[in-house]
Write a protein that binds this ligand. Structure first.
Ligand SMILES: *Cc1c(COP(=O)(O)O)cnc(C)c1O
Length: 460
């Protein structure tokens, strides 16, 4: 059979259809023409295979759909039911409502970012957060940069940039995700790395012996994402601070996650809070804005006034500064910390960390009854205990007891890959955790139970 293209409507005929007019109004003339041409190209292939051409109205509709699909953001809201609270792949912390409002206000309006409304003169962008940070952490002064990696780079470059010897324990030469390796960062910052101690044990005397006239900095790094167990020891901030003070060398501590709340309150082991480290005498401390703090991507640099002033004078600072939207969001996050009764509900990261297992179990029972039908008869759906984790390299060995819903194939030879794919194609993709031919939805981070059920209704 010879393909008959004569019945295929021309571009102009399709352009005259209502759906095409709608497409032109929304996406512009040339994009609409391109979409019609692409639709016609697909149609020709089908006609060659023996299909009768569709009408111009239908083809216009198809072109419109093509444009609509293409216009969808590729960064979609998802249900993160992996059980990892701060998942780097899902953008780490979610923001408190007050922070969202503040960020939206800064996006929509001209704001007094670097403008002093009292005097009518130029102000400083750091001023909006400095007092709050100092109040919450006990530090003398503070500034902010793009992220904690930038904070570490900037402080190292400022205090030890011209081949200044920077002493660090061999047990703290860490690599964290995304190619952040302490020795490489130190080299990029222009420091001379001086390793002391051993992988598992470093003593105060090791630091003492390494200090000479070329020493610019003592550096302590929080080993966020791994732990050395057994015969191990590290020197505390307090001991190092005393040594640094007598030798007139600054002590810098990279805290990584940097929590303001004692993690013991969430049933996790104790880790020094930002306040603890400042109190113990660290001269300059860096930490992330979007890890345990629960804010946006940012790097906090806090500590002695004189050192922060030097950081601010470094020309690199300008390249690493934070924009108004993130500053606005962070300001509201920090304000939320002031209210100790409310912060565990207002700040999503703290809310997820503080949810107890029986609360999550209730939610699981309720949800299991509502969603079983979507998976039957091919899958078993049941409630199961599971373990959540903090994520983003924080507390890698610790888990928080949680509850979830487990979905497993009735026929054990069936794989879950296809179901996981269909769940990712939902209007709001659902991401669970695969484990031993079970797909587990950890409910610790699920706020919107009804939204989750309604979304599953669209499962193909
Ligand atoms: C996460 C982390 C960093 C990097 O922080 P970002 O905000 O991701 O740039 C640096 N140091 C330590 C110890 C960390 O845990």
């Amino acid at each position: 059979m010879v393909a008959d293209f004569s019945l295929l409507p021309p571009v102009n005929a399709i352009l005259a259809e209502r759906a095409a007019k709608e497409a032109e109004a929304e996406f512009g003339h040339s994009a609409t023409v391109d979409a019609i041409r692409a639709t016609l190209a697909d149609e020709r292939i089908l006609i060659k295979a023996g299909r009768t051409p569709r009408t111009s109205a239908v083809l216009a509709m198809m072109a419109l759909e093509r444009l609509e699909v293409d216009a969808q953001s590729t960064m979609r809201a998802v249900f993160n039911l992996t059980g990892t609270i701060l998942h780097t792949n899902f953008g780490r912390a979610q923001l408190p409502e007050a922070a969202i409002q503040n960020a939206v206000n800064a996006m929509r309006n001209a704001v007094s970012l670097e403008y002093d409304l009292e005097s009518g003169e130029r102000g400083e962008r750091d001023d909006h957060l400095r007092e709050l940070i100092c109040e919450l952490t006990g530090a003398e002064d503070a500034t902010l940069v793009n992220n904690n990696a930038a904070a570490v780079l900037l402080v190292l470059n400022t205090l030890a940039g011209k081949q200044g010897e920077s002493i660090i324990s061999r047990g703290e030469l860490i690599e964290i995700g995304g190619a952040f390796r302490m020795p490489d960062i130190m080299e990029s910052a222009g420091c001379k790395l001086v390793e002391v101690g051993t992988t598992n044990r470093t003593h105060l005397a090791d630091y003492e012996k390494a200090i000479n006239e070329e020493t610019a900095l003592l550096l302590k790094v929080h080993t966020s994402n791994y732990r050395i167990e057994g015969f191990s020891s590290a020197v505390t901030t307090k001991e190092l601070a005393a040594l640094a003070a007598t030798r007139h060398i600054p002590l810098m501590e990279d805290l990584g996650s940097g929590t303001l709340v004692n993690l013991v309150t969430f049933g996790l082991p104790y880790e020094p809070t930002v306040q603890d480290v400042i109190k113990a005498g660290a001269d300059i401390v860096t930490f992330s804005g979007d890890k345990l703090l629960g804010g946006v991507q940012a790097g906090f640099i806090i500590g002695k006034q004189e050192l922060i002033a030097r950081v601010n004078k470094n020309p690199m600072k300008r390249s690493l500064r934070v924009d108004k939207v993130r500053l606005a969001a962070l300001e509201a996050v920090l304000r939320a910390y002031r209210n100790e009764e409310k912060r565990n509900t207002a700040i999503p990261t703290l809310r997820y960390l503080s949810r107890n297992q029986s609360d999550i179990a209730h939610q699981a029972a309720d949800l299991c009854a509502k969603i079983s039908e979507f998976f039957q008869p091919a899958y078993h759906v049941e409630i199961c205990p599971c373990n959540s984790q903090v994520g983003s390299g924080a507390m890698p060995m610790e888990t928080l007891p949680s509850y979830g819903i487990s979905v497993s194939p009735v026929d054990p030879t069936n794989s879950l890959t296809e179901l996981a794919y269909r769940l990712r194609q939902l209007p709001k993709p659902v991401i669970g955790r695969m484990h031993a031919n079970r797909l587990v939805f950890d409910l610790r981070c699920l706020d919107d139970t009804n939204g989750f059920v309604n979304n599953l209704d669209k499962l193909s």
